[in-house]
Design a binder for this molecule. Sequence first.
Ligand SMILES: [Zn+2]
Length: 339
Amino acid sequence: MSVVRTVAGDIAPEALGATLMHEHVLCDVTPPPIARLPDREIRFEETDAIRRSWGVDHPGNHRLNDVDLAVAELARLVEAGGGGLVELTCGGIRPDPEGLRAVALRTGLPIVMGCGYYTEAYAGEALTLKGVEALAADMVAAVREGAWGAEVRAGMIGEIGVSDPCSRAERRSLEAAALAAAETGAAITVHPGRDPASPFECVRTLVAAGADPARVVISHIDRTFFDHAAMLRLADTGCVLSFDFFGIECAHYPFAPEVDLPNDGGRLRAVRALLDGGHAGRIALSHDICTRTRLCRWGGHGYAHLLRDVVPMMRARGFSGAEIDDLLTATPRRLLTLA
Ligand SMILES: [Zn+2]
């Protein structure tokens, strides 16, 4: 029987509606240099400055730890027609499986949880001290039994964090993800390095370890590829390309000051280029919300942005209903069905 494994139990793939493929609902992605500092209040008049700096010097902005707030924010997604969300908070960025299940039960939204480890800078020794077999066993147990000490099961592997350059531990993490995917049938999401060579290296490593590229999602395409030719070459490997910065309309990117991030229009032009290049079924869409200032509570766009604001843009730009359905529903159903 084919199922999608949500934090509230297994469901039929057809029960998933329009699904955001890369989000965080409960997490702590505070940059390591300020990780030990307590939350600093966010005053309304400084929200734009914090958003523009990505909150790199504002402790607390990267902490999403309020279940009641998460329920209120996700209620807007449900109201906008949302029918699923993948929550990729994994080892190193403080996953909260019980909290996620509570949010799923209170909102009725199908939430699929990830597993495995984020980058070495965040995961530390929990990642570096483990070999490939131990890492793979952890991921298999997360999908089959429960993750992080809870009886809440993961339904996807990732986001597996990779840096520039990929560390030895991160390479083991990728190899383990391939083994765990083969054993559980779960698909894999990778957070690649920012170097455009990194996604290619990640796909090569995963495929060499036995992964099916059609079940590998490479995240953050919109901060990694700034020309369509290289992006189309990545699609030629057969992997899924995830545009998961929807809603970020600021070109400034403090982690790579030399690049101009695209806005939603630029993201849709890249998606169009992939569709025209014959890569339907290899595209995922999301917001990757992981800061307070992107939530509606602090004047941000919130989780409903793609459905509320971007889908009408897509229609106005000539995307067909079938294309939109494929991007938001059919591709997530395929990826999230345990194979
Ligand atoms: Zn993420």
